[in-house]
Design a protein around this ligand. Sequence first.
Ligand code: BES
Ligand code: ZN
Length: 457
Amino acid sequence: MKFPMVAASVLLLASARVAAELLTADKAEADINTVELQRVLWNLNKIARDNGGTRAFGTPGYKASLDFVLERLQKRFARELDTFVQPFTWTFDQTLNISVTGPEGENVFVVSPQYNPATPLPGGITASLINTPVNDATGSMCIESQWDGIDATGKLALVKRGTCAVADKLKFAKAHGALGVILYNQLPGTDYPTPTLGAENIGQLVPVGIIPLEVGNAWIDRLKANENVVVNLLVDAISEQRESWNIISETKAGDPNKVVMVGAHLDSVQAGPGINDDGSGTAAILEIAGSVKKYKGFPHKIRFGWWGAEENGLIGSSYYTAKLSPAEADKIKYYFNYDMIGSPFPKYEISSYNNSGIGPKLLQDYLVSKGKTVEFSDFDGRSDYAGFVNLGIPVAALFTGADAPWDPCYHQACDDLDNINWEALTINAKAAARALAVVANSLEGVPPRLLAIRVSD
Ligand code: BES
Ligand code: ZN
């Protein structure tokens, strides 16, 4: 009598397992947990620590991050996911050394932006400062007319930071004869982020050193008293082509003509380990991949993208979307972007555009059910959704805030494991898992691709 009973319970178990194999929003949500997200971010943080404090494009920390994600996708998830590495090249730049030496020979605190051109070496530029007007309303030295009558020939221009891109100020400075720019920060203290000048501006700019507001103000006082303030700026930088990689991984299951996609960037800035920006999104979608691979029966293919060189100007995701044929773009029915979803003092901001369909509502409903206040914004081109938006693909994104008060460690060395609000990250990853599960099952509320704004087909 014993044997048939065992057989019956095995049968019961087997049928219970079949039932568990359907992907639902509830199951995807339940599979996401804080401890596993912490495990991923612990690993990314350690990768940065072991590789000079960064996971940036062109550095060994990026390659190690890539290998970490690939280990899961290609070893642990290989049975259910097909994974591809997509190579591309871009200009790598690194400031090896920067110094600003004041009139008394004193060393001044200085930050170098990405793509800062080198000064002549070994001596750098030693020149008199020329003061430039401040206009906090329009931004200082942001528009051509503000430079009218300024001859900075042979000098270092002293300019206030803020409002427009640093590169704009440097272009004008070059046009007006300056050898370089000493840019003083617009807020007090030394806790300021590193901007980028953009690889597209290579060859058009003068070197710059970004110094504290307090030092800038002290030098302005001396210039106003007609003193000749002589300063040295030295920038030693390298600029060369380097290879990098996106990871594309998709479920074997699901209709290849109806693909729902989710992405996050895998690189950090050079200044830090990038645990919130964007370890948070990377960890969320990696955990979601670990969830969906357990299920079958969803009609649409699920595709994950980990983008390279986002911090260099959305390079990896733009490469991916630019390479899509119109037919391949048509197959991508939805794209969700997760960039900075665990800010220490989070807001819950859902970004969208006029072809986002049901995506924002799916994210909103869950966040609201957890008692969160949701804000809405239009896409501003600052993350990897941009290439998908250009193709007219329906897109939604979630974001918990960069800079103070949301993330005071944005683009800084302190964007580490202590820079995460674990409750926010967990809730957002669960919201992302739910939204993906819903569209993997049904495209109700998902609009067709907007063909009117196809710019690159
Ligand atoms: N995660 C950040 C910033 C961000 C801000 C994302 C707002 C989403 C909404 C992103 O990695 C970043 O730093 N982007 C750059 C622009 C990019 C084109 C180099 C930025 O905002 O300066
Ligand atoms: Zn980011």
